[in-house]
Design a protein around this ligand. Structure first.
Ligand SMILES: NC(=O)c1ccc[n+]([C@@H]2O[C@H](COP(=O)([O-])OP(=O)(O)OC[C@H]3O[C@@H](n4cnc5c(N)ncnc54)[C@H](O)[C@@H]3O)[C@@H](O)[C@H]2O)c1
Length: 454
C-alpha cells in the first residue's frame, strides 16, 4: 500500500520505518526541516534501539522517503497516519491539539481521492468526532474517513512493539475504513499473534487513556507500598516479588522506584484526569489524582534519600550521576525522573556529574548547569556518592563496574533510585546501597582502595 506518516518524531519515525519493513511504500512528512533532512539521509536524530538500522535500510531501499510538504503525502498515498504530538496544555487542562488540527487542515484540502486518515496520536475522548467534522468541512472529494488507531508501543522497545504488537485497536465507523486498516496491517495480522480489536471511536480513545492509567496506577501502587516500607523497615522489593507471583497481579510494572516519566505517561494521566473531571466522573478523577500524587511524591522521596545518603546536607557534595534518559533504551529526556532529580540535587547545592550512554546531548540541552562525562567511570571519579538514575543494562550487567568505580569515588555510597542493581554485587565491592523502600545495606567487605580526596 502507499501510505504517509505525518509527524516524524519518536512515534512517527518508528511507525514509518515499520510500515516500510512490512512492504508498504511510505512517505514521512515532518515539518521540522532539520529533522526531515536527517531522516531523508537515513539518520535518526534520537536514539531508539534498532531504529537507526531500519531507517537506513529503507531509505536505501527507496521504500521510505521523507518530505516537509503535505502535498507529497496527498499526491502519493491512499492511507495517511497522523503521528503528530499532543502535549499537555501549559495550564494542565487537557491536551494541546494544535498539531493534530494543523496536520488535518494542511492535508485534507489537498486530497484528490477517497482515502482513510488513521490517527495514532493520543487524544482525549471526543477528539475523533471533532476532527471528522473539520475533515468534512475541508474535503473537496467524498469518502475521506477518519479512524483512530491508538499506539501502545513502549519507548526503548518501539521497533519490536510496532512490528510485533500484542493488539491493534481501531475505533471506526465504516466497512471501508475497516478494510483499509486490515489491509495496511495484513502482514502483522497474518502471523496471528496480534489481536485486532475494532470498536467505535470513543471506545478506542478511552481504551488508550485507560491502558496508560492502569499502568501508571500499578507503578504508583507499588511505590505507595515503598512509602509504607520506609516507615516500617520492610523491604519493598520483597513485597513486590510476593505480589507479582499472583497471576491476577503479575510481576511487570511492579518495580518500585522514582516513578514514571517520559513524553507520554505523565501528560496522558494529567490530561485524562482533567477530562474525567470535566465529564463529572469524580471517583475516577480521585483515583487518577492519587496516582499522580504518589508519582510526584516519589521524586521528592528520591531527593530525601540522596540527602540522607550524603549525611544530611547536599551543599558542596559531588554526585556522580548515572543515567539521564527517562528510561533505558531511548535518548528521550522529556519529563525524565533522572534528569529531574539531577536538577534538584544541583539546586540543593550539589555538583552533579552526569553520564548517559545515549542521551548526553539531549541532557546537556535540557540541564546545561550540570557537568557531563563520556563514561560512567568518568562520572564516578572523585564523587562523594553515586546515583543510579536510569536502569541502563551497561550499569547493571557489567560485573566489573562496582569494583572499578569503588577505586575512583571518594566514598563508595550508591543511591539506586530505580531499585535496579543487584545489591549483592555492589555490597561485595565495598559499597553501601540505598534504595527507595528498602533498608540501607552496608558492605560485606571493607571498601577497596579509595581515591584520595581532590
Ligand atoms: N513516544 C511514544 O513512545 C508514544 C507512544 C504512544 C503514543 N504516543 C503519542 O504519539 C504522539 C506523538 O508522540 P511523539 O513522542 O512521537 O511526539 P514528538 O513530539 O516526538 O513528535 C511529533 C512530531 O510531529 C511533527 N509535526 C507536528 N505537526 C506537524 C505537521 N503538521 N506536519 C508534519 N509534522 C508535524 C513535529 O515536528 C514532531 O517532530 C503523541 O500523541 C503521543 O502521546 C507516543
Amino acid at each position: 500500500m502507499r501510505v504517509s506518516v505525518i509527524g516524524c518524531g519518536h512515534l512517527g519515525t518508528t511507525h514509518a520505518a515499520a510500515m516500510a519493513e512490512l512492504g508498504h511504500d511510505v512517505i514521512g512528512v515532518e515539518q521540522d526541516p532539520e529533522k526531515c533532512r536527517a531522516l531523508a539521509a537515513g539518520r535518526v536524530p534520537f536514539f531508539e534501539a534498532g531504529l537507526d538500522e531500519l531507517v537506513a535500510k529503507h531509505t536505501a531501499s527507496g521504500r521510505l522517503r521523507f518530505s516537509t510538504a503535505p502535498a507529497a503525502a496527498a499526491a502519493g498515498a491512499e492511507l495517511h497516519f497522523l503521528a503528530v504530538g499532543t502535549p499537555l496544555r501549559p495550564d494542565g487542562k487537557g491536551y494541546e491539539v494544535d498539531q493534530v488540527v494543523g496536520a488535518v487542515r494542511s492535508l485534507v484540502p489537498l486530497l484528490q481521492r477517497p482515502c482513510t486518515i488513521v490517527g495514532k496520536s493520543t487524544v482525549a475522548v471526543g477528539t475523533v468526532a471533532r476532527l471528522q467534522a473539520i475533515i468534512d468541512g475541508l474535503a473537496t472529494v467524498p469518502g475521506v474517513e477518519l479512524v483512530w488507531n491508538p499506539e501502545f508501543l513502549r519507548e526503548g522497545h518501539a521497533v519490536l512493539d510496532t512490528l510485533e504488537p500484542d493488539r491493534i485497536l481501531a475505533g471506526l465507523s465504516s466497512t471501508a475504513a475497516r478494510k483499509a486498516l486490515e489491509e495496511v496491517y495484513a502482514p502483522i495480522l497474518a502471523r496471528g499473534e496480534a489481536q485486532l480489536v475494532i470498536t467505535d471511536p470513543a471506545t478506542a480513545e478511552v481504551a488508550k487513556s485507560a491502558a496508560n492509567a492502569c499502568l501508571a496506577a500499578k507503578i504508583s501502587f507499588v511505590n505507595a507500598m515503598a512509602e509504607v516500607c520506609e516507615l516500617t523497615g520492610a523491604d519493598v522489593t520483597q513485597v513486590a516479588r510476593v505480589l507479582g507471583i499472583d497471576p491476577r497481579i503479575g510481576p511487570l510494572g511492579m518495580r518500585p522506584g522514582i516513578g514514571y516519566g517520559g513524553g507520554c505517561l505523565p501528560k496522558d494521566i494529567a490530561a485524562f484526569a482533567h477530562r474525567v473531571k470535566e465529564l463529572g466522573a469524580v471517583r475516577a478523577a480521585g483515583l487518577l489524582d492519587a496516582v499522580e500524587a504518589v508519582n510526584h511524591g516519589r521524586r521528592e522521596a528520591a531527593v530525601a534519600l540522596v540527602a540522607r545518603a550524603a549525611g544530611g546536607n547536599l551543599e558542596g557534595v559531588r554526585v556522580g550521576f548515572l543515567g539521564a534518559a527517562f528510561k533505558a533504551g531511548t535518548s528521550d529526556v522529556r519529563d525524565s525522573p533522572a534528569l529531574w532529580l539531577a536538577a534538584r540535587l544541583h539546586l540543593c547545592g550539589a555538583t552533579v556529574v552526569i553520564h548517559d550512554p545515549q542521551a548526553l546531548p539531549q541532557a546537556q540541552r535540557a540541564l546545561p548547569e550540570a557537568q557531563y562525562r563520556e563514561t560512567a567511570l568518568g562520572a564516578a571519579t572523585g564523587a562523594d556518592l553515586l546515583v543510579l538514575g536510569t536502569e541502563w543494562p551497561e550499569y547493571l550487567a557489567d560485573p566489573q563496574l562496582p569494583a572499578t568505580a569503588a577505586t575512583l569515588v571518594r566514598k563508595p555510597v550508591l543511591v539506586d533510585v530505580r531499585t535496579a542493581v543487584d545489591p549483592a554485587l555492589w555490597l561485595a565491592a565495598g559499597w553501601s546501597v540505598w534504595q527507595l523502600g528498602c533498608p540501607v545495606r552496608h558492605p560485606t567487605v571493607p571498601p577497596a582502595t579509595v581515591a584520595p580526596p581532590g
